[in-house]
Design a protein around this ligand. Structure first.
Ligand SMILES: C[S@@+](CC[C@H](N)C(=O)[O-])C[C@H]1O[C@@H](n2cnc3c(N)ncnc32)[C@H](O)[C@@H]1O
Length: 263
C-alpha cells in the first residue's frame, strides 16, 4: 500500500483484475444497452485501473467512439496505456485525476462506468455526483461493485465470517467499504439521477470453476487484512480452498450493479 487509497498492485492482483473483468463484462455490457447507442459513443471509465474494462468498452464503442479512462494512480494508468486493444477499438484517452474531481467538461459522456471503484473511495457520494456532472442529458451511469454479504461456501466454514469482518475493517481503515453494493442505488438517487435500477448477479461454483470464483472473491484477502488478522485469514482460506475440490462443494459471490439516467 502506498497511501490510504492507492495500493501496490502486483502481477497476481493485475491478473485477478483481468479475470474479474472477463466475467463481470457479461454483467456490464447488457446494462450499457440501457443507455445511448454504443457505436460512436463517448464513455468515461472512472477508476479505470490497468484498463481491462476500458479496453472492452473501447471495443464496444467501435472505431468512431472514445473511452476516457480516469484513475488517480499513475502507475496503473501507465499500464492501461500500454494495454492490448482490438483492431476495431475506439480511441482511448487517459486522465490522471481523483474520480471526485475530474478535469473534463460537464456533459462530456454518453455513459459513465465505475467498475469496482466505489468500494475504495472515502466519499462515494462525491464520486457519483461527479459522474452525474459528466453525463450528458439522457446519458447512463453504470456502477458495478462488491458487497461481501453474498459470499458463502458449502460446507459452511467457521472462520469465513471473521475473514469477511477483517476485510471490512481493513477496507474501512483505508476509507473504503466492502459493503458498498447495497448503497449504489441510493447513491445514484442522491446524485439526482433518474430511472435507478439495481440488480445482483451471483457468480457460483459450480458451474464456474472453483478457482475462478475463489480468485475473484477470497484469494486476495491476505493482502487486504491487517497483520493481526493475517494468520487466521490464511488458515481459513486454506481450509476453504482445500474443501472446494469436494463433489458437493459450493462457493458463491455477488456482484452488485446499478444503472441510472441523467434527465
Ligand atoms: C479494484 S481497481 C478496479 C480497476 C478497474 N475499474 C477494473 O475493474 O479493472 C480500483 C481502481 O480505482 C482506482 N481508484 C481508487 N480510488 C480512486 C479515486 N479516488 N480516484 C480515482 N481512482 C481511484 C484505483 O487506483 C484502482 O485503479
Amino acid at each position: 500500500m502506498t497511501d490510504a487509497t492507492t495500493y501496490d498492485w502486483d502481477e497476481a492482483e493485475l491478473a485477478r483484475l483481468e479475470l474479474q473483468a472477463a466475467h463481470t463484462w457479461q454483467v456490464l455490457l447488457p446494462l450499457l444497452a440501457r443507455g445511448p447507442a454504443l457505436p460512436g459513443a463517448t464513455i468515461v471509465d472512472l477508476g479505470c485501473g490497468p484498463g481491462r474494462v476500458t479496453a472492452r468498452l473501447a471495443t464496444a464503442v467501435g472505431a468512431a467512439g472514445t473511452v476516457l479512462g480516469v484513475d488517480h494512480d499513475p502507475a496503473l494508468l501507465a499500464r492501461a496505456m500500454g494495454g492490448p486493444r482490438t483492431a476495431d477499438a475506439g480511441t482511448c484517452r487517459w486522465v490522471h485525476a481523483d474520480a471526485a474531481a475530474v478535469d473534463l467538461p460537464d456533459a462530456t459522456a454518453d455513459a459513465v462506468v465505475a467498475h469496482m471503484l466505489l468500494q475504495h473511495v472515502p466519499d462515494p457520494a462525491a464520486v457519483v455526483r461527479e459522474a452525474a456532472r459528466l453525463l450528458r442529458p439522457g446519458g447512463l451511469l453504470v456502477v458495478v461493485d462488491v458487497d461481501d454479504a453474498l459470499i458463502d461456501v458449502h460446507p459452511r466454514d467457521p472462520g469465513l465470517q471473521a475473514v469477511l469482518e477483517a476485510s471490512a475493517r481493513a477496507q474501512a481503515a483505508r476509507g473504503g467499504d466492502r459493503a458498498i453494493g447495497r448503497r449504489l442505488a441510493a447513491l445514484a438517487r442522491a446524485a439526482g439521477l433518474d430511472d435507478v435500477h439495481a440488480a445482483v448477479t451471483l457468480f457460483c461454483s459450480p458451474p464456474l470453476p472453483a478457482p475462478v470464483v475463489f480468485a475473484g472473491s477470497l484469494a486476495f484477502r491476505p493482502q487486504l487484512v491487517a497483520a493481526d488478522d493475517l494468520a487466521a485469514t490464511q488458515a481459513t482460506l486454506a481450509r476453504i480452498q482445500a474443501r472446494l475440490t469436494a463433489p458437493d462443494a459450493w462457493l458463491q459471490a455477488g456482484v452488485y450493479a446499478t444503472t441510472a439516467v441523467r434527465r
